[in-house]
Design a protein around this ligand. Sequence first.
Ligand code: GRG
Length: 316
Amino acid sequence: MADDLDRVESALRAAAVTDDDFLTEVASHLIPAGGKRLRPAFVIAAALAERADGGDDDAVTEEMIRGGVAVELVHLGSLYHDDVMDDAETRRGIEAVNHRWGNLKAILAGDFLLAKASELAASLGTEVAELLAATIGRLCEGQVRELQLIYDTSRNEDQYLEAIGGKTAELYATSCRIGALVANSPRQVVDQLTAFGHAYGMAFQIVDDILDLVATDEQLGKPSGNDLREGVYTLPVIRMLADGDDVARLLGQPLDDATRDAARAEVVAGKHIATSVATANKYVDRSLAALKGMHATPAITGMRAAASNLLSSLTA
Ligand code: GRG
């Protein structure tokens, strides 16, 4: 897998190169800064899911690499746009694109990355092209759902789950689906891997949202409690508000640092970090159940391990 991800890395860098040196610089900015490359890893794992030998040297085809690059470019483009919306100063431990070059250039460079993703997807056939286009739409819908309820203390669990389904889980589902499609897997397998990706993505975002409340600034690379400050009320907060908790007195408006810290401390002291971890666990179980009946090939074993380890970042 390490060699395959090196191939993804080279192809990713190549995809951001244009005739215009300035656009190349802006579009390439976040690529060397890292990122876990989880989505391309799932494309490749899903493509190898039925390979009992785990895939010999030639098993990972150029098409699989291209699929991985396409989904990572969508992810990257969405981060460019997300950082504009959040007025972010840093991303992946370096200066955010909007902070360095301004919003207009960040938006255009994000658009450029999405265009490149679409071009690569089109080279993988109509079904993949349509799937990636629909996924970009779902990302936007999820993000809009979230924005519509910013600072809204009546945001409910269904609204939260629907938003994270669109903004995060769909791209994981699509990553697995593209891998399975490129490998010409039977429809049943394509659908099982897609369901795995969706459930994994739900658990991933719930954990990400819990980390925003419980992790330190150093662990996050940004101030913790940022979602509270920005009025994005995530699962533990939604549950406290539904219980009629007193924390409501602090929310519903932009917060200064001291109020954000006070609200965060109340949420962390309450019981809904634990109940939200349990909900993330439910999605982990659902992701494992989606793979039921599939042979324990090296790729499937790796996907199961990735899901089972998802919650370990909370105890690390
Ligand atoms: C036009 C595609 C497009 C999107 C516009 C801005 C937007 C709509 C959607 C934003 C979606 C978004 C940023 C969701 C959060 C996803 C998420 C969990 C990001 C963190 O992913 P990691 O941890 O990041 O995989 P790394 O840095 O490891 O790649």
